[in-house]
Design a protein around this ligand. Structure first.
Ligand code: TYD
Length: 203
């Protein structure tokens, strides 16, 4: 294994409604119960840049360029202040979204996902495991309460489909597709199987 830090970086990704936050929390709890040192974090973060991004979801969306730059600033700060120090200290870092969300969501707003990936991988450590929670777009829309013919549901369906396509196009040895169209406990078991398999190979 060619890793430059003693910690382990586990990332949850997927479109809205796939249950990432629940699974990230369950995994963190389970690993802590085994006395492992775990840091659970998320993007957008709770820092100043992340708060601005979350606020923009209700107060009016930023321009595509401004939004992309803010996600990058938020991530740079997250990497410098939390992710890298924790990995250097040998912790298991669990992230609820990371730069693959920028590829998917800002990709759906017109930017080139490959270029987004290149820019991010210049400063953001690659994950050891990318757990991609997979759910049909229709089911995801139902779960987040978007119904046929309501408001901007067509736009939401279109952009989530694009995000889903981009997530599925990500190829790497660290990607694990997890079927998220099942009960929380079953998803949790599938996640545990992948994580245990990875940890058993770590020195
Ligand atoms: P989400 O994890 O869904 O936040 P919450 O728990 O508050 O619902 O993330 C908020 C939104 O941010 C989500 O729609 C995806 C989007 N996002 C991007 O567009 N680009 C990114 O790089 C990241 C990390 C998130």
């Amino acid at each position: 294994m060619n890793r430059s830090y003693p910690g382990v970086l586990i990332v949850f990704e997927g479109i809205d409604g796939t249950g990432k936050s629940t699974q990230a929390r369950l995994l963190a709890d389970a690993l802590r119960a085994e006395d492992r040192r775990v840091i659970l974090s998320r993007e957008p973060t709770d820092g100043a840049f992340g708060q601005r991004l979350r606020a923009s979801a209700t107060s009016g969306r930023l321009s595509p360029e401004e939004e992309l730059q803010l996600f990058l600033q938020d991530r740079r700060e997250h990497v410098e202040t939390l992710i890298e120090p924790a990995l250097a200290g040998g912790e298991i870092v669990i992230l609820d979204r990371y730069y693959f969300s920028t590829m998917a969501y800002q990709g759906a707003r017109g930017f080139d996902p490959a270029e987004i990936r290149r820019v991010n991988e210049e400063f953001a450590p690659r994950p050891d495991l990318l757990l991609l929670l997979d759910l049909p777009v229709e089911t995801a829309l139902e779960r987040i309460g978007v119904r046929d013919g309501e408001g901007n549901e067509f736009e939401q369906r279109e952009s989530l489909s694009q995000c889903s396509d981009i997530f599925h196009s990500i190829r790497n040895e660290f990607v694990r597709l997890i079927d998220a169209d099942q009960a929380v406990e079953s998803i949790q078991q599938a996640v545990r199987a992948e994580v245990d398999d990875f940890l058993s190979q770590c020195p």
